[in-house]
Each structure stands twice: as C-alpha cells, then as structure tokens.
Design a protein around this ligand. Structure first.
Ligand SMILES: Cc1ncc(COP(=O)(O)O)c(C=O)c1O
Length: 418
C-alpha cells in the first residue's frame, strides 16, 4: 500500500526531508469533506455547526473553518480571544467555559455569546448584563464518552448545572430579568450515538422549562473511526432521529427550535497526522519485548498516556524499496524520560503497554500516527523534557504544502524566563 492515510509514502519521505520530524500534517480537503457531512445534518428549523476550537486552534485551521461558514465554540476566554485575533467575528463565537476569566465581561461586551455553566457564572452575567440574553449549560444526568475520562455528564461530572436545579436557575433569571435563548448540553467526546439520541430527547423535555429558548445546542462528541475496528458516527441517521423529535416538539409546543452541534473530533481527527522517525530500537531479551523509540512522544500526543487509547500507526521505510513482508511485535514508545510515554498502551489502560504487529522497522524509518488532527497538537504537553513545540504543515486544497506553525527554537522556548 503506497497511500498512508491521505498521503503517498513518497510525499511523506519528502516532507520529512524538507521540514524534519516530528511534524504535524493536516489535510484541508478532509476538513472540507467532514464540514460538508456535518452541515448536511437534517434539522427542520435550521442548523448551526460550531467547531469546538479546542480540538485544534492553530490559526490557519481556524481560518479554513471560518471560510467553510462554520461558527465556533470557545472553551475558555483565552480561546475566544485567540479566535477573534484570527479574524473570527465575535457574533460567531459561543463561550462555554469552566472558568470565569477577568476578561469575560469585555468579550461579552465585544459581542460573543455567553453560556453560564454554574450559579456563580449566572450571577456574574446578571450583575453585569441585566435584562440580556444568554445560554445555560445543563448536565442532563446521563453522559457518554469514548473512555470514562471523556464522559462529561452524570453525577460525577462538574460540567453545567445539574438538571434538577432548574428552579434555582429560574430564580436567578427572574432576579436579573435575563432571557435564556439557548440550552446547551454536551455529554462527552466519542459518545455512543444511542445515548446521544436519548439525551437529545431528554434535552427537549428540559428546554420546555425555558419557554423563551429558541436554540438547542446538543454539543459534539460524535465518535469517529480512529482505529480500523472503530466506526464513524452516521451523522445523517443521528440527524434524522433528532429531526423527528424537533418536529414533534414544535407540534406540541409551537416552538420551532434551531439546532446547534459542536463537533471537534468529527471535523478534525482524521484530517491530521503526526509524522515521526524511529530514533532507536532496544529489547529486553528473550522473554521481554522489542521497543521502537520515536523522536516524538507524549509531549506531542498525550491521548495514549492520558486515556489509554491507541492511534493507528503506519510504517514508511526510509528507503523506498524495502520488503515489508516480514513483521515484528513491538511496543512503540516516545522520547520522553517517562515510563508512561507509550504510544501502544493496553486499550483502556494507560498503565500498561501492549505490543503491535508491524512490518520490520529499522532506526531511521518513519512512523505515521493517524487520526492525529483533534486533541493532539492542541493538547500537547508543550516543552516537557524541553522538547520544542512541533511544527505544523497544511496540505492545501490545491495540493500545495504550507507551513502553518514554525518549529520552536530554544530562544522561543525560554523567551519569557527571567
Ligand atoms: C462544550 C463542548 N462542546 C463540544 C466539544 C467537542 O467534542 P468532540 O470533539 O468530541 O466533538 C467539547 C469537547 O469535549 C466540549 O467540551
């Protein structure tokens, strides 16, 4: 197979020579394809797709997504500022943040939309914006994530107002003469589509308590196939299920709700690769293991360490004519001085390493980490072990390659130290 994810092997060797490794590589075409699928999600009374910018916040990517007509979900005031700095109109940004920042007020004054996720945030909004409109995030009591740690609803989650607290919310709304225009519910990343649908139905019950709300934001969380045994969420099927619920709701209440979704993973995960080079190879004897050590690791990709999830790994031999028939079982590890820096953890158990069977690999060969577009560069442990931040390139729609984040130099790494 000469094609590795969205690039030919020869192209990968070329970019490695030109830009060095490690290197993040993104495909504009895939972002466009995924945005199209999401934008065609059926919704009887209108749809807004908000890109969850935390998945990958690099400026060039934000600009592509803006050009595609999507709106944005900002997970912190800093992220909202960064989006505005990239040229995103404040009116396209919805801020749903765990933290109230000293400059949240200024951002709302500039025109971003605000979601209150706690009594403190609601009181803050009331004190500063009496009589205005806002969104409320609810924890619907049921969550679902790809792994436990990406489940963000239910009793063990701090995200949003617990759904039984609606009477308390209403008291504060009345006190400050506020109007809820949007109910926001996000239950996790990599959610089970059946749970997502169940929550959508529950969300419609909850929104009945906010008679002025006209927008239902059901968050993101759409599962994608990172590993070959995984399956992408059928966005069309999910949309159809919610479509009928929204129609039923309109018939019963006369309220035609505008639907919002907030995908990060679905839009970006498969649009990114992390290209690294095998820097060393060691083994622990006859009864032990063979280890491939990369020139990348948990400082570039934290998901395996954090969640115990694997990403697909593909080998590109340094020399084109290598025979790939022979395979070997290896544990793939990163270059950090940290035993948890493993790219092949036991699924669901970041504590333990697993072996993977791959074509025989030599020092100097390349390993391509697939599905590395979402929560990889953006969620990297920048500068741990003093490794510089990894550069990023974009394969543009016309096939041209553009550097979108320069490699970090030692000077850049230490520039704020006194
Ligand atoms: C509020 C909110 N919306 C949307 C998302 C996007 O989720 P995903 O990337 O799984 O689509 C997240 C991520 O966890 C989130 O916290």
């Amino acid at each position: 197979m000469d094609k590795i994810f969205f690039l030919e092997k020869e192209n990968l060797r070329q970019v490695a020579k030109t830009y060095g490794t490690p290197l993040y590589i993104y495909s504009e075409k895939i972002i466009q394809e995924k945005a199209k699928i999401l934008s065609e999600m059926p919704a009887p009374y209108g749809l807004t797709v908000r890109y969850a910018a935390k998945a990958l916040t690099t400026r060039a990517i934000i600009k592509i997504i803006d050009k595609l007509g999507l709106h944005f979900d900002a997970s912190s005031a800093w992220e909202a500022k960064r989006l505005m700095d990239a040229g995103i109109a404040p009116d396209k940004i919805l801020l749903t943040s765990q933290e109230l920042s000293p400059f949240t007020k200024e951002l709302i004054q500039a025109g971003i939309h605000f979601t209150a996720v706690s009594p403190r945030q609601l009181i803050f909004f009331g004190e500063n914006f009496r009589g205005e409109k806002l969104s409320i995030r609810l924890n619907p009591g049921i969550g679902s994530g790809h792994v436990k740690r990406t489940n963000v609803a239910g009793t063990s989650s701090s995200f949003g107002f617990w759904y039984e607290k609606i009477p308390e919310i209403n008291k504060l709304l009345e006190k400050y003469q506020l109007t809820v225009e949007r109910i926001h519910i996000h239950i996790g990343s990599g959610s089970d589509p059946d749970v997502w649908k169940q929550v959508a139905a529950k969300a419609l019950k909850l929104i009945e308590c906010f008679p002025q709300a006209r927008i239902l934001n059901l968050g993101g969380g759409f599962k994608v196939a990172r590993m070959p045994f995984e399956k992408d969420t059928d966005i069309l099927a999910l949309g159809k299920a919610v479509y009928f619920e929204l129609e039923k709701f309109a018939a019963q209440t006369g309220r035609k709700l505008h639907l919002e979704i907030e995908p990060g993973t679905f839009l970006l995960a498969q649009a990114g690769l992390l290209l690294s080079q095998v820097n060393d190879k060691v083994d622990t004897g006859e009864n032990g293991y063979t280890f491939l050590k990369l020139d990348s690791g948990m400082n570039d990709i934290t998901r395996p360490t954090l969640y115990g999830v694997q990403h697909p790994l593909m080998i590109v031999s340094q020399e084109p004519e290598r025979n790939e028939a022979n395979t070997e079982k290896v544990i793939v590890v990163g270059h950090n001085c940290e035993s948890s820096d493993i790219l092949t953890p036991k699924p669901g158990n970041p504590e333990e390493a697993d072996t993977v069977e791959i074509p025989e690999t030599l020092i100097g060969d390349y390993i391509v980490v697939g599905a590395a577009g979402a929560y990889v560069s953006a969620m990297s442990f920048a500068n741990y072990n003093s490794f510089p931040r990894t550069p990023e390139i974009l394969i543009q729609e016309n096939g041209e390659i553009r550097l979108i984040r320069k490699a970090e130099s030692l000077e850049m790494m230490i520039q704020n130290e006194l």
